[in-house]
Design a protein around this ligand. Structure first.
Ligand code: NAD
Length: 239
């Protein structure tokens, strides 16, 4: 394989698992004892907003107790030390995760396509606000004072954020790497096929093979805190 210039990395819940944040599909189809359709859809929010707000308040509080692990840190190091800089080349990190562990590890070219726990979205005035506390008591929006804040999370059935930027990065990619994602949630699950269409090399790093595993040129299996730093070391040594 020739040396890559533009790398797009997609991460999923598996990269945060060893920080103590549950993955999605780990618990027999339940996410923190809830069915996904009861907490992570616009229909669920319309039907039972208290249940949904309480669920996300719990998750928002929980992630603030967690810390980035060696995999998050290795990806931040790759971005920092990658010798080819924009506009000639780049490392773009796209995450499906809604925790802030990539940010806290120091990643800067980061696209959080499914939103983030530490942000609240006002559905009255369409503004977004850094948010660490609960939403269950319907606090007023800091911009318009309406009690209309919801988690700034892309729920099932909603359109992920910044898809145009993701497609622009994918169009330039000569290496696509998928880390700790089950390949079950679209559109992210389709990125590997996009990468293959434009002739990029494709690598999967995961604890076990994902649903789209056959699309990858190479799969390396193991815990993210081991296989991600190993891969980053290897890649940086080639430069
Ligand atoms: P998923 O739960 O469907 O799949 C997790 C994947 O991680 C699996 O392929 C599993 O093999 C792998 N994995 C588990 N432990 C690992 C480890 N230690 N090292 C490496 N890989 C490991 O997650 P997904 O594909 O990201 O899709 C779930 C959706 O749920 C996403 O859209 C995401 O927004 C959301 N989610 C986010 C978080 C978070 O922010 N940390 C947590 C749970 C779910």
């Amino acid at each position: 394989m020739s040396l890559p210039q533009n790398i797009v990395i997609l991460t999923g819940a598996g990269v945060s698992a060893e920080s103590g944040i549950d993955t999605f599909r780990g618990g027999g189809g339940l996410w923190e004892q809830h069915r996904v359709e009861d907490v992570a859809t616009p229909e669920a929010f319309a039907r039972d907003p208290d249940l949904v707000l309480r669920f996300y308040d719990m998750r928002r509080a929980a992630i603030q107790e967690k810390a980035p692990n060696a995999a998050h840190r290795a990806l931040a190091r790759l971005e920092r030390e990658w010798p080819i800089k924009v506009p000639d080349g780049s490392v773009t990190l796209v995450t499906q995760n809604v925790d802030d562990l990539h940010l806290r590890a120091g990643s800067e070219r980061l696209i959080a396509m499914h939103g983030q726990h530490l942000s609240a979205w006002c559905t009255a005035c369409d503004t977004r606000h850094a948010w660490t506390g609960p939403l269950i008591d319907r606090p007023p929006c800091p911009a318009c004072a309406a009690p209309a804040l919801r988690p700034d999370i892309v729920w099932f059935g909603e359109v992920p954020y910044r898809m145009d930027e993701i497609h622009a990065a994918m169009a330039q990619a000569d290496l696509f790497v998928s880390i700790g994602t089950s390949g079950a949630v679209y559109p992210a699950a389709g990125f590997v096929r996009l990468a293959r269409e434009i002739g990029a090399e494709t690598l999967e790093l995961n604890l076990e093979r994902s649903q789209g595993s056959a699309w990858f040129h190479e799969t390396r299996l193991g815990p993210a805190t081991q296989i991600v730093p190993d891969w980053v070391d290897e890649l940086l040594k080639t430069r």
